[in-house]
Design a protein around this ligand. Structure first.
Ligand SMILES: CC(C)(COP(=O)(O)OP(=O)(O)OC[C@H]1O[C@@H](n2cnc3c(N)ncnc32)[C@H](O)[C@@H]1OP(=O)(O)O)[C@@H](O)C(=O)NCCC(=O)NCCS
Length: 179
């Protein structure tokens, strides 16, 4: 059974020890970086971070970091879908030795269930992005209902993607699930 649990002094070390497979490093930040971000949010009057350890029974198998975002009328999501606020998945990972067992999909279903309780305010959708070449992420998010928005940009500079470019490993795409 998969569950989302708070980060505590008891599980912090286990969360920091989680690793993705070699070759997946470029797809996500490190867990320690996400926890450092959570600290910065917490100490700068932002909404508290929504960061949870992913458990399979009593074993820590992954980490998820979510956030609540109010959107301006000029954003793509507002213009295209009328989204005024969204929850974003900032980070999602399953330790490499537990991948391919359905844990990611079950954890993402728990995440969706949790966000449908609108923990930090009403929102219209869940939004996330992934590197275009990240087949596992694409398959996982599609399997729980995310649909690509059509946005594509350079994942390092944020500039809109030139379709003539061939270095597709630098492209990032957006995907959305209506709430
Ligand atoms: C993406 C990730 C979270 C998937 O977790 P997982 O536990 O291995 O995924 P699951 O076993 O639950 O698989 C769920 C679905 O994802 C897809 N999937 C998973 N691994 C895949 C792969 N290597 N290639 C293609 N599709 C894949 C499949 O559609 C699968 O459904 P199916 O088994 O019914 O076909 C995991 O690979 C990971 O942590 N990757 C590194 C970090 C990362 O890229 N995070 C996402 C950043 S946006």
């Amino acid at each position: 059974m998969i569950e989302l649990r708070k980060i505590t002094q008891d599980n912090l070390r286990k969360v920091l020890d989680l690793k993705v497979a070699s070759g997946q490093d470029g797809y996500v930040d490190s867990n320690i970086y996400r926890l450092a971000w959570a600290y910065v949010k917490e100490t700068n009057n932002e909404k508290p971070p929504l960061v949870f350890a992913i458990y399979h029974h009593d074993k820590v198998v992954g980490l998820v970091d979510m956030g609540f975002f109010e959107l301006s009328e000029t954003t793509f999501l507002f213009e295209e879908f009328g989204d005024k606020a969204t929850y974003g998945i900032n980070h999602f990972m399953i330790e490499h030795k537990y991948q391919g067992k359905g844990f990611g999909k079950q954890a993402m279903q728990k995440v969706i269930e949790f966000l449908r309780t609108f923990p930090q305010g009403k929102a219209d959708a869940i939004y996330l992005s992934y590197w275009k070449t990240n087949e596992a992420a694409r398959g996982l998010y599609a399997s729980v209902g995310f649909v690509e928005t059509g946005e594509i940009w350079d994942g390092q500079t944020g500039e809109s993607w030139d379709p003539e470019r061939e270095d597709i490993e630098r492209a990032e795409v957006g995907a959305r699930l209506g709430l």
